[in-house]
Design a protein around this ligand. Sequence first.
Ligand code: NCD
Length: 311
Amino acid sequence: MSSPPRLPHLLGLEGLDAPRIEELLERSRLFLPAAVGHAPPPGHHAHRMVANLFFEDSTRTRSSFARAAMLLGAKVVDLLESGSSASKGETLLDTALNLQAMGFDALVVRTAASGGPHLLAAHLRKPIVSAGDGRHEHPTQGLLDLLTLQKALNSLQGRVVAIVGDIANSRVARSDIHGLTALGADVVLVGPPTLVPAALRSIADGPGRVWIEHDLDRVLGEVDALITLRVQMERAAGTGLAGDFRAMYGLNTFRAGRMKPHAVIMHPGPMNRGQEIESLVADDPTRSVILQQVTHGVAVRMAVLDALLAS
Ligand code: NCD
């Protein structure tokens, strides 16, 4: 397979074609042994420094980007909103321009505003990696979900993946939709009409198809994988909806038992146990690949940083 041209930034999976995505996934597979400590860290970016700019809370994404950079040999500086001059009114762009002026080699950026990383990419020379922007995209989560699904199901061509819950507010769902359909999987979006707007049916251009279903129980037996999402209360979604949501869309053992024997269950985290997913399902070693997703996140972030730092 000949490599696609160099990627200047990673802002989203929208617009990335199958060869580009496969190239990043292949690179991630190569890094997986080092990501889990079964091979020595490659360490070949020892002279590089990455700034982690997290202007919204994070556990997995922030720490796995840091681990990924360090396994590549790079040094990492972490900057949060509180404790940085953002709390004194400095803009995101000014903050980033200052980090570029100091000589950082790449910026990993999470913002509450959709489009934050795009703004920086338009003004900076250094590579920008989105670590999630508002409701828009979370491309490395999309890639780690693809890697996890490929490991569980082999080819994604013709597979059916359900994404369940607060799709409207989910950057994970958007990146998953673009990535899955690019690799030929079909996606069914499941949730109440308020959280699954009809317009989402046409956000991706295939080859996989996207459709919407409001009744989770109708699709359970048809899917090869189910990605469940929490309701994003901090984005004012679903206030007062908790009980009804759990009854209609919560993944419990009864529902999991109706899925195909090989079908896997995923969640990007953070989980609200007992809400969108029951503990017995989340911790079921025969179906849940939730912690594998987290492990794959390190390898994917190594692959993305390696690709962007390679120039
Ligand atoms: C998600 C995020 O922040 O977008 N978490 C993650 O990065 N793994 C999902 C969420 O917050 O619900």
